[in-house]
Structures are given as C-alpha cells and as structure tokens.
Design a binder for this molecule. Structure first.
Ligand code: SF4
Ligand code: SF4
Length: 284
C-alpha cells in the first residue's frame, strides 16, 4: 500500500505526521519511507537513517557530434521544450530546458546525437528507526527540475517490496507534488484550520481528484483558527481522519527533532487507528 502525505503549504506538520505514521506502521509491517521533498529533505532528522547507499540521478541529455551533423534542424523541430536549436552551422543544446525525452536522438537522420547523464542530484538510502527502509532524493542546488529526481526515487525500490510505502511530499501544489502523489493508493492531506491552510488544502484536493486517488485530512494545530476547513471537508465529502491539537510542549519537542509519537506516546493508538482507516479506504 502506497500512502502519500501531502499538504498544499509548508509548515503544516506534514513530515511530523508522515514520520509518526511510518514508525507506527513499522511496528507491524515492513515500511519504506520516501522523502520526496528533494529540494529540502528533512524527514531523516526524525527517523535517523544510516545512509549507506548512494546513487547519482539525472536525465539523459543530447550531445551533438558536429563532425556528423548536417544542420538539418529535425532535432529542433521535434523538441517541444526549445532545448535544442540550429543556428547557422551550430547545433546548440540548452541542458536547463531539456526534459530528457530522447526525441531528438530518435529523429536525427545522421545519428549525430548521443546521450549523456546530466546529474541533477542523488538518491540515498539506508536503515532507519524501527527498521524502516528509508530513502530520500537530494536535488543539486540550482537545478530547475525536481520531477525527474522524484520519479527515479519512486522507482528505486528494493528487491523485496515493502508492505507499506510512505511518501513525504514536497510542499505546494505544483509538478513535484503531482509526481509524488501519482500512483499512490491513498493521500493523507495535512492542513491547519486557518484561511491559508484552507486555500492550500483546496489546491492539493484538486490534484488528488484529478488523479482519482482517495484522500483524507489530518487537521494539525487544531483549535488555533476557525471552522472553515471543517465546513469545506463536510461539503466536499472529505473525511477528517485525525486532529492534533496545538500543544506547546509537543511543538517544542518536534522542533528538537523528536517524532510526535515519541514526544507524546498517547498518539500511538490514534496513528494505529489512522493506519487501519487508510487501509480500509484505500482498498474501498
Ligand atoms: S537532427 Fe541531427 S543532423 Fe539534423 S541538426 Fe539535429 S543533430 Fe544535426
Ligand atoms: S531530449 Fe527531448 S527535451 Fe531534450 S533536447 Fe532532445 S527533444 Fe528536447
């Protein structure tokens, strides 16, 4: 079962929920945790993995052999991203625009194009707390595209697939979030009861609906704002599966890198129930 934990905005407690859900799930089943927030992965601070495996990732970008190229322009015509251009007697590649689709290589009549790996970041993995099989993607600073790294992180599965895969999504509602949610069996959406929380929740709900993925909501810092999130969930048939009230001592423990279920063990049973509900809804 693949569970993605997402939120339309940063700072809602998404990683707090994802890491505690993983710890509780790992009491009963094999768990793989994917930190898909490749621009700023931080779940490792809570799950303390021993990262012993590393792999460079990126996309294959074209390299033109000017000795063979006839400057026919077919590669530039096929490229939807304007990442290759023929200007006079020069064929130029713009790696920052290239999506690595390979079309230019396929259409080149002279076989003048070869492909080489443009390294965009690394994947790292290793055992973490409670026997969790942890993996994260780390994007190189300045890279414009997170999606290829997330896609390869999702595919980087061990020989024995886990019973439960938990993906911690990036914040926001753009392409990296869509890629993280794609293919999941259930989306757990973490929000807070404020106008900003509601605005961003609506965006990520749209994504889950477009992808046809069942979803439920966790209201974090319950009690700080208004009832608008609750009303929206009721109107849209979105179940609220858990509420985590604002408690200063818990917030301070999390700020020190302690997981929610360790800072407040009374939440363990709530996370067990949450997992059971997700399992039932994902299979429904
Ligand atoms: S398609 Fe091949 S031969 Fe034509 S311009 Fe591009 S690289 Fe050169
Ligand atoms: S690999 Fe695809 S995106 Fe990149 S230059 Fe070739 S056609 Fe364009």
């Amino acid at each position: 079962m693949r569970i993605v934990v997402a939120s339309g905005k940063g700072g809602t407690g998404k990683t707090t929920v994802a890491t505690s859900l993983a710890l509780v799930a790992a009491e009963q089943e094999s768990v793989r945790f994917l930190d898909c927030d490749v621009e700023a992965p931080n779940a490792g601070l809570f799950l303390d993995p021993a990262l012993d495996t590393r792999k460079e990732v990126g996309i294959l970008i074209p390299q033109v052999d000017e000795n063979i190229c006839t400057y026919c322009g077919k590669c530039a015509e096929v490229c939807q991203f304007h990442a290759i251009a023929v200007i006079g007697k020069k064929t130029l590649v713009f790696p920052e625009l290239c999506h690595g689709c390979g079309s230019c290589t396929l259409v080149c009549p002279e076989h003048a194009i070869s492909e080489h790996l443009n390294v965009m970041g690394v994947l790292e993995s290793g055992p973490a707390a409670q026997g969790i099989d942890f993996a994260q993607g780390v994007m190189n600073v300045g890279e414009p595209m997170a999606v290829p790294i997330i896609r390869q992180l999702k595919k980087w599965t061990p020989a024995n697939p886990p019973a439960v895969e938990i993906r911690d999504a990036p914040p926001g509602a753009s392409c990296p979030v869509v890629e993280t949610i794609r293919g999941a069996d259930f989306a757990l959406l973490v929000t807070e009861p404020t106008p900003f929380g509601l605005h961003d929740l609506k965006q990520v709900v749209e994504i889950t609906r477009e992808l046809g993925i069942p979803a439920g909501v966790v209201v974090n810092r319950d009690g700080i704002g208004d009832n608008a999130v609750e009303a929206y969930c009721a109107e849209s048939g979105l179940p609220i599966l858990m509420r985590i009230p604002m408690e200063r001592s818990i917030a301070e423990a999390i700020a020190r890198g302690t997981t929610l279920v360790r800072a407040a063990p009374e939440y363990r049973s709530a996370f067990h129930s949450l997992l059971e509900t997700i399992t039932a809804r994902a299979g429904a």
